[in-house]
Design a protein around this ligand. Structure first.
Ligand code: NI
Length: 200
């Protein structure tokens, strides 16, 4: 189903998907195209259940939220996101708004800070949901494997980040979605500890 009644907006979203597909080519460590696409889907699903907001800004910020992630790209001032938005004639106020949303998403840079706008709250929640549940587990170990981190290091990451996310959701919709993802994290953790009980 198309996201917008206006065909021009749908084309912009589809072009943004093509743009990040090229940008993330060759990346597969959990900060990749699939992650951005899931954050987009999560964000749209949340936005549809929350009070009306700027769906175009939500969709574009979600798709572009990792386009300038410092772990992957050596850009400043959201250059990759801006390049796409400027070359597609998105107006400058909207570009600033989208970049503000993107900059409020990062977990490490924004501990304890809540985005000002409803759109920022939604995209932040969408990104955090993707670090929970089965996907969150898969991403943790994919990232750990790439960076030479043993499994135990992944488990540490559960305690440092993943298990905290449930209580940090901004929107009611995301808080509900986070419940079962959190329960699955705890179930996995208990099972992992049980099986990892090495006796010497
Ligand atoms: Ni992300």
């Amino acid at each position: 189903m198309d996201l917008f009644a206006d065909e021009k907006q749908n084309i912009l979203i589809s072009d943004a998907k093509d743009y990040i597909a090229k940008l993330f080519e060759g990346h597969s460590d959990g900060h990749d195209l699939e992650h951005s696409m899931r954050v987009f889907s999560n964000a749209v699903a949340i936005a549809r259940k929350e009070p009306p907001c700027d769906m175009e800004a939500v969709a574009l910020a979600a798709l572009l939220h990792d386009a300038d992630d410092h772990k992957l790209f050596d850009t400043v001032n959201n250059q990759n996101a801006r390049t796409f938005l400027e070359s597609n004639d998105v107006d400058s106020d909207k570009i600033e708004f989208i970049c503000t949303i993107i900059n409020s998403v990062s977990f490490s840079k924004n501990r304890g800070k809540t985005p000002d706008s409803p759109e920022g709250k939604i995209v932040q929640d969408a990104d955090r949901l993707d670090a929970m549940g089965a996907i969150g587990i898969a991403r943790t170990f994919a990232y750990g494997g790439k960076h030479g981190r043993p499994l135990d290091g992944g488990i540490e990451h559960f305690h440092e980040k993943l298990l905290l996310l449930k209580d940090e959701m901004n929107t009611k919709t995301a808080r509900e979605l986070a419940e079962s993802r959190h329960a699955f994290l705890e179930e996995f953790l208990a099972r992992f500890e049980e099986e990892n009980n090495v006796e010497i």
